[in-house]
Ligand binder design. Structure first.
Ligand code: SAH
Length: 268
């Protein structure tokens, strides 16, 4: 049996102890034992037992945090469950792939969190940005599952895949968020990007000695692993060029126009 003890279910601001009880029941049925609540509504947790018989063990070990960041401390990878359909901006996986990826990571002893949102309004974008990737469970056009049902489906898939003999996942499913109609970057694009980045780093004084440039080799490895696509190549190339431009303007004492995005990363 795979390492289900490495999985933690995190509920953000649950409002109702009956729902929390139903989550505990689902977890108990599927062999999960770690439950964390982030800033729950003022509730009498013993009321969870109305819907969750024989889950005292879970109840006694519930962790309560005031922020999601605290709840995620020590977690290697987190999956934010959202009733909203996937968009290309965010790394996202369907539930089956998320579960297979997370089981592969758990086999390497890495701690995993499945994060679920409020009964009424789900997770905010800010909270989803804290998670490594988003997961959407397939439904009809009516996409909003009840909280405990969403947990039940995820936990069921986890138990099912963990028990399936011969289903040993060798490689973690990569996080897929490539825009449609893109192609992997070509070798020469990759080469141009790394050369441009290298000159930009020279311009801003990144290198402290003329030792051979291993940093760029590591970035090369990283981008190869990330399966860089052509739209991402253009994005990174644009950033590298702007860094060089900035250094050139600084040298000439030309003032730089700085524009802050209306919403910074992770802000709702
Ligand atoms: N009305 C809310 C849904 C809240 S349901 C919304 O539209 O976001 C409570 C939680 O259950 C969600 O935050 C999410 O974590 C989970 N959930 C519900 N439906 C889901 C789905 N189709 N896929 C993934 N998670 C889902």
């Amino acid at each position: 049996m795979k390492r289900l003890d490495l999985f933690k279910i995190i509920l953000v601001e649950p409002q109702n102890p009956i729902n929390v009880g139903n989550v505990m029941r689902a977890m108990k049925n599927m062999g999960l034992s770690k439950l964390a609540l982030v800033n729950p509504a003022d509730m009498d947790l013993s009321r969870t037992q109305i819907s969750a018989h024989r889950t005292e063990d879970l109840l006694n070990h519930i962790e309560i945090f005031s922020t999601l960041d605290e709840a995620l401390t020590g977690i290697h990878e987190s999956y934010g469950f959202s009733a909203r359909k996937r968009t290309q901006t965010w790394a996202s996986l369907d539930m089956e792939s998320a579960v297979s990826r997370s089981l592969a990571l758990a086999e390497q002893d890495l701690a995993i969190a499945f994060v679920f949102g409020r009964e009424q309004s789900g997770l905010t974008n800010e909270e989803l940005a804290r998670c490594s990737c988003r997961v959407h469970i397939e439904t009809s056009d009516y996409t909003s599952l009840n909280l405990a049902q969403a947990v039940l489906l995820a936990a069921y898939e986890l138990l099912r895949q963990a028990r399936t003999p011969g289903n040993r996942v060798q490689n973690a499913t990569p996080l897929e968020n490539h825009a449609p109609n893109t192609r992997p970057a070509t070798q020469d694009e990759m080469f141009r990007l790394l050369k441009t980045l290298e000159s930009a780093l020279v311009e801003i004084g990144y290198y402290k000695s003329p030792d051979p440039n291993t940093a760029i080799h590591r970035v090369h490895n990283l981008l190869t692993r990330a399966d860089l696509h052509n739209d991402e190549y253009h994005l990174l190339m644009g950033m590298a060029k702007e860094i060089s431009n900035y250094a050139a303007l600084m040298e000439k004492n030309i003032p730089i126009r700085k524009i802050r995005p209306a919403k910074s990363f992770g802000e709702d």
